[in-house]
Design a protein around this ligand. Structure first.
Ligand SMILES: [Zn+2]
Ligand SMILES: [Zn+2]
Length: 122
């Protein structure tokens, strides 16, 4: 773990919601001012290590809330306030993985994005 990777991870952990790569770059400005490719590589590294997830529909990143859930993550994304909570859906994820294996597909990662309204906005 290089200092820049650790810094990117701590920014994700401190972020109140999903963070875009651009926002991370802004926050890192002046702090050794890393070049954009360095930040993207750090994000790739964190994704590979399972320390962060990428939410495609928001084009944003979040720190992983769990240490043990395989490689599938389920996010509940609020259309009103933009929050993205990670659901700890251990059993359904396991079931999904079994069904994917059942059709002989070799899964590397899965991010399931559920859109709707969070408790506070509903
Ligand atoms: Zn996770
Ligand atoms: Zn909300």
């Amino acid at each position: 773990m290089t200092p820049i990777r650790r810094k990117v991870l701590s920014l994700l952990l401190e972020s109140s919601g999903p963070a875009k790569a651009y926002d991370l770059l802004q926050q890192l400005n002046g702090d050794g001012a890393p070049k954009p490719p360095t930040v993207y590589r750090s994000l790739d590294f964190l994704l590979e290590m399972g320390l962060a997830h990428r939410i495609e529909t928001l084009n944003a990143f979040v720190a992983c809330g769990h240490w043990k859930h395989g490689h599938a993550a389920i996010f509940l994304i609020c259309d009103s306030c933009g929050s993205a909570g990670e659901l700890n859906a251990g059993n359904s994820v396991k079931k999904l993985q079994q069904e994917i294996e059942g059709v002989k597909f070799k899964m590397t990662t899965a991010t399931i994005e559920v859109r709707g309204l969070c408790e506070a906005c509903a």
